[in-house]
Design a protein around this ligand. Structure first.
Ligand SMILES: C[S@@+](CC[C@H](N)C(=O)[O-])C[C@H]1O[C@@H](n2cnc3c(N)ncnc32)[C@H](O)[C@@H]1O
Length: 242
C-alpha cells in the first residue's frame, strides 16, 4: 500500500481539497489544481507516474484474482489489454492460461515500465507491448479486448471514441471485456458511488449502471451479453460486436 499512500497523500489529497470546484462545475478538480488532465500530467512526471502504476496494483490488485477466477478466458487466443498499465493484470491471466498470447497497449512511458515487469515475470515471448493512445487507435490482432478501470476514467463521448476504435479491429466473434464497478439500483451506499466521485475529481469520468453500459455498447456497435460478478466490487461487462 506504499504507492497508494503516496498517491493519495499527494495529488489525490490536493484534488479532493478542491472538491467544491468539481461539485460546482462538474469538471475534474485535478485539472484545476494541476493545470492539465491527470494522464497528461503523469506523462510529464515520471516518478509520480511510476507511483500511480504501482498504486493501481495496490488499490485494485485484490480484484485481479477474483476477476480471473470468475471469468472463463478459455477459447481466447490473443487477449489485448487496452490501458493495461504495468502489466500485472495481464501477467496474472497469462500465468493462469498458458495458451493465451497477449498484447499490452498503453501510453509510451507506461509501456517502458510494463516491459520490465513482463520480462521479470518471464512473459516477454507471450506478450507483445505496443505504445499508443486509445483515442487514436486500438491494436488489431486480438480476439478479446479487455479494459480494466479504463472506461470509468472518461466521459461518454470519450468512451465512445475508445470503443469505436476497438470495434474497428475486433473480429465478428470477438469479445469485449470491460471490468468496472457497475452501480446497482437503489439509493443505498455502494463503494462504486465513492469511486464515481473520485472519477469526477481526478480524471473527469464516472461509474455507470448496467443500463448506461448497455446504451454505450449499443452506440459503439456492441451488444452487452452479460455481466459476470466477482466476489469483489468489480464485474466483467461482456460485449460482442453486432
Ligand atoms: C486507472 S489505470 C488502470 C490500469 C490497469 N488497467 C489496471 O486495472 O490496473 C488507467 C490506465 O489507462 C492508461 N491510459 C490513460 N490514457 C491513455 C491513452 N490515451 N491511451 C492508452 N492508455 C491510456 C494509463 O496510463 C493507465 O495505465
Amino acid at each position: 500500500m506504499w504507492a497508494v499512500a503516496m498517491m493519495m497523500g499527494d495529488e489525490h489529497f490536493r484534488s479532493w481539497g478542491d472538491l467544491l470546484y468539481s461539485v460546482q462545475t462538474g469538471k475534474p478538480a485535478f485539472d484545476h489544481v494541476y493545470g492539465k488532465p491527470i494522464f497528461d500530467w503523469l506523462s510529464d512526471h515520471a516518478e509520480q507516474a511510476r507511483i500511480f502504476d504501482a498504486a493501481m496494483t495496490g488499490f485494485h490488485g485484490p480484484e485481479t484474482q477474483a476477476m480471473i477466477d470468475a471469468y472463463d478466458y478459455t477459447g481466447i487466443n490473443t487477449l489485448v489489454d487496452i490501458g493495461g498499465g504495468n502489466g500485472t493484470v495481464l501477467s496474472a491471466v497469462l500465468k493462469r492460461h498458458p495458451n493465451i498470447k497477449a498484447i499490452l497497449y498503453d501510453l509510451p512511458g507506461v509501456i517502458e515500465r510494463a516491459q520490465k515487469n513482463l520480462a521479470d515475470a518471464g512473459l516477454t515471448a507471450r506478450c507483445q507491448t505496443i505504445a499508443g493512445s486509445f483515442f487514436e487507435s486500438a491494436p488489431p490482432g486480438g480476439d478479446a479486448y479487455q479494459m480494466r478501470h479504463i472506461i470509468h476514467d472518461w466521459t461518454d463521448e470519450q468512451c465512445h471514441t475508445i470503443l469505436s476504435h476497438v470495434r474497428k479491429v475486433i473480429p465478428k466473434t470477438g469479445r469485449l471485456l470491460v471490468i468496472e464497478m457497475v452501480i446497482k439500483p437503489g439509493n443505498v451506499p455502494q463503494p462504486a458511488k465513492w469511486l464515481d466521485l473520485n472519477m469526477l475529481v481526478l480524471p473527469g469520468g464516472r461509474e455507470r449502471t448496467e443500463a448506461e453500459y448497455r446504451d454505450m455498447y449499443a452506440k459503439a456497435g456492441f451488444k452487452l451479453e452479460r455481466i459476470v460478478p466477482t466476489p469483489t466490487e468489480v464485474s466483467i461487462v461482456e460485449g460482442r460486436p453486432v
